[in-house]
Design a protein around this ligand. Structure first.
Ligand SMILES: Nc1nc2c(ncn2[C@@H]2O[C@H](COP(=O)(O)OP(=O)(O)OP(=O)(O)O)[C@@H](O)[C@H]2O)c(=O)[nH]1
Length: 303
């Protein structure tokens, strides 16, 4: 009799402790600053916390009716199902993008792990909104790789790309050319119309040039009123045609202050095995020759 009462007591104590622990976990789950969603392997939602629902702009009830691919914009349904089937104990970390109820998209970092609960595999996803961090990273990247005034690539980006293109030329024999240009009498433009108008010419011409080259060509602000274009997959003849086209486009363009400007162009082609310095000196020499021979013209120098 005594032992029966004792065992009833200890059972209710265990039950009590279990409830206490369950409510503790529930509090942690609900108060977590990270979004937490527990998924079944078929992509449906087993449970989600308030923060997860808030992150996506839905109510908990709505989230419970959804499948992962309804909010994930980065992975397809097939990819998601494959991932859910594969995730094991050690879990995985990944970045993806989720669409919110209002149509906006957020960047998220996921930390996923799997467990078996009441005989079923469940996937725990801890979800952190990293949209602000991503925006900041993109801004830092833009700042480090482009020129503030024109939005064109800067010399650092050019140097990196040039190394890659030189490697490609060495390995596969694919040609590559450089076009360098510099405005004619830019000092006079500044003197006559003011520095602000001079800046506008640089800005507008950068847009104009970018609109007239291929997306694979790299337009770079070399410094001041000097620019460089890296033209991959191009021989001297092609690059010369491009330079001539740009020369005409610039000459004909009416800038916002209703005046015309011209530019001089130098063109050369990379010779496999030569150094960067040799290549850059040659394109600079070609440009110098265009200036010396009267400006508003294209000069070509081969090795
Ligand atoms: N507005 C403006 N002017 C710039 C900028 N960078 C350089 N310049 C001006 O560009 C002019 C370049 O002068 P020069 O090197 O003598 O060349 P140029 O007058 O174009 O003459 P040529 O190149 O020989 O035809 C200088 O007056 C610089 O101040 C810039 O970012 N904005």
């Amino acid at each position: 009799m005594g032992t029966e009462v004792g065992s009833q007591l200890s059972e209710s104590l265990i039950d009590e402790l279990r409830k206490e622990r369950a409510s503790l976990w529930r509090i942690l789950f609900e108060q977590s600053r990270d979004g937490i969603v527990v998924l079944k392997v078929d992509g449906s939602v087993f449970e989600a916390n308030q923060e997860f629902a808030r992150m996506l702009g839905y109510s908990i009830e709505e989230i419970r009716q959804m499948r992962v691919w309804e909010w994930d914009v980065h992975f397809s349904k097939t990819q998601i199902l494959e991932k859910l089937a594969k995730i094991g104990d050690p879990g995985e970390q990944l970045e993806t993008r989720k669409s919110r109820k209002d149509g906006s998209v957020i960047d998220v970092e996921l930390s996923n792990s799997a467990t078996v609960f009441e005989g079923k595999k469940l996937i725990f996803c801890i979800c952190r909104d990293i949209t602000q961090r991503k925006l900041l990273e993109a801004e830092i990247f833009r700042y480090a790789t482009t020129d503030n005034l024109t939005g064109l690539f800067n010399r650092r980006s050019f140097d990196q790309r040039l190394t890659e293109e030189m490697d490609l030329t060495m390995r596969y024999g694919s040609p590559m050319a450089l076009v360098m240009y510099d405005f004619d009498g830019f000092k006079d433009i500044n003197d006559a119309h003011g520095h602000v108008q001079g800046d506008k010419v640089l800005e507008q011409s950068a847009r104009l040039v970018r609109d007239n080259v291929r997306s694979t060509d790299m337009v770079v602000r070399w410094g001041g009123e000097e620019f460089m274009i890296l033209v991959p997959q191009a021989r001297l003849v092609t690059a010369k045609v491009l330079a001539e086209k740009l020369r005409q486009v610039l000459e004909e363009y009416v800038f916002s202050a209703r005046f015309h400007v011209t530019a001089s162009f130098g063109v050369t082609e990379y010779v496999p095995g030569e150094s960067k310095d040799t290549l850059l000196k040659r394109v600079d020499d070609a440009l110098y020759r265009a200036k010396a021979r009267g400006r508003n013209r294209v000069e070509v120098l081969s090795s």
